[in-house]
Design a protein around this ligand. Structure first.
Ligand SMILES: Nc1ncnc2c1ncn2[C@@H]1O[C@H](COP(=O)(O)OP(=O)(O)O)[C@@H](O)[C@H]1O
Ligand SMILES: [Mg+2]
Length: 277
């Protein structure tokens, strides 16, 4: 079996999976949030299927982070809707919920991994406490159990256990990012939003972190929306891509199709790396 065959069978598996699961996890319709003309995101339509990793790519300023903030309910759109399949029989309109209900979703069923890890961590709480806090938010009150899970997750993200009581501010950037990931994943969220999760790190640290993220995504069967301007990151993690330019989607497709045979002239430029960086 060639590498190409492996890629193809992976893509087929994703397609088959999406056909069998009748309901998309997210259904995004005409989502628009503009700060100025063409600044933000507009008329965004797509579906995210359970177990899918969707990459949002495009040059800096194309609206990727704005779209992610609206998708994850952290910013209210000007118009449009996000339907979230909350269980087999029920979907909710994200912006039909109250703000406190949206926050509850973010604390329980969803996760957000910020580019700058300290945006997603509590600086005055120990590493173990940062992980434990998320468990308490979903109702876990058993101290021994919380501590045990914190220890388990520090191990999973390769943070030395003797750092459990240290403040995250004393950690390296890569270690902070791994802690942020542990804090998000400890509650086994269904859906995780990531904004340039490897963006601020040295190249050598990035490669290891990407590998870790990829393994966790597969092991936990996570559904992920990941924003990145780095097509190598998109290639490694995403099943499917959305390409954004000046607030709009200009191309979507399976990752290998988009990157190996881009159709839109802007995607062709991106792939030829003229617009990267
Ligand atoms: N809170 C905001 N207020 C005003 N303009 C904003 C705000 N957030 C983003 N923008 C503008 O919207 C455009 C898209 O930004 P952003 O979504 O951060 O793009 P990307 O993540 O693709 O780099 C940029 O021109 C940016 O300056
Ligand atoms: Mg951004």
């Amino acid at each position: 079996m060639s590498l190409m065959d492996v890629e193809n069978s992976r893509n087929e598996a994703v397609v088959n999976q999406t056909c069998e699961e009748l309901q998309p996890l997210l259904k995004v319709t005409q989502l628009t949030k503009l700060y100025q003309a063409e600044k933000g995101c507009q008329e965004i339509d797509f579906e995210l299927w359970p177990g899918e990793v969707l990459g949002i790519v495009g040059e800096s300023g194309s609206g990727k982070s704005t779209l992610l903030r609206v998708l994850s309910g952290r910013e209210v759109p000007d118009s449009g809707d996000v339907q979230y399949q909350i269980d087999t029989n029920h979907s909710v309109s994200l912006f039909g919920l109250s703000e406190s209900e949206r926050r509850r979703l973010l604390r329980t069923e969803w996760g957000v991994v910020h580019q700058h890890p300290m945006d997603g961590l509590r600086s005055r709480v120990s590493a173990g406490g940062n992980i434990g806090e998320r468990l308490m938010a979903v109702g876990n009150r058993h101290y021994g159990d919380i501590r045990a899970q914190a220890i388990d997750w520090l191990g999973q993200v390769e943070i030395p256990l003797d750092r459990i009581d240290d403040m995250p501010i004393t950690f390296s950037g890569g270690m902070q990012q791994r802690l942020q990931i542990a804090r998000n994943l400890v509650t086994h969220p269904k859906l995780v939003f990531m904004d340039e999760p490897t963006g601020g790190l040295d190249v050598s640290v990035q490669a290891r972190l990407l590998d870790l993220i990829r393994n966790l995504v597969v092991d936990l069967g996570l559904s992920v929306v990941i924003v990145t301007h780095d097509l190598a990151v998109a290639r490694l993690l995403a099943h499917r891509l959305i390409v954004m330019k000046e607030s709009r989607i200009v191309e979507t497709g399976l990752t290998d199709q988009v990157l190996d045979d881009p159709q839109h002239p802007y995607t062709q430029l991106l792939v030829s790396s003229v617009l990267q960086g």
